[in-house]
Design a protein around this ligand. Structure first.
Ligand SMILES: [Zn+2]
Length: 65
């Protein structure tokens, strides 16, 4: 017996779903947001290897030489 679904055009229902979520911004992200909120300062991080400043800040990479 043939699968009945193979004999018809599948129906597609288009919609949107709401998926509330929260996540931790981590140590560096928290510092950035707290400095901004409490002191109106924009906090970045400077890479000790290439001297670039990252904004938004990111945690310095572990030494891989
Ligand atoms: Zn770097």
């Amino acid at each position: 017996m043939k699968n009945w679904l193979e004999t018809v055009e599948p129906l597609v229902y288009e919609s949107r779903i709401k998926v509330p979520y929260t996540w931790s911004v981590g140590e560096v992200g928290s510092r950035f947001l707290i400095e901004l909120r409490d002191h109106k300062k924009i906090y970045g991080t400077r890479c000790p290897r290439c001297d670039r400043v990252y904004l938004p800040p990111k945690k310095p990479a572990v030494n891989v030489s």
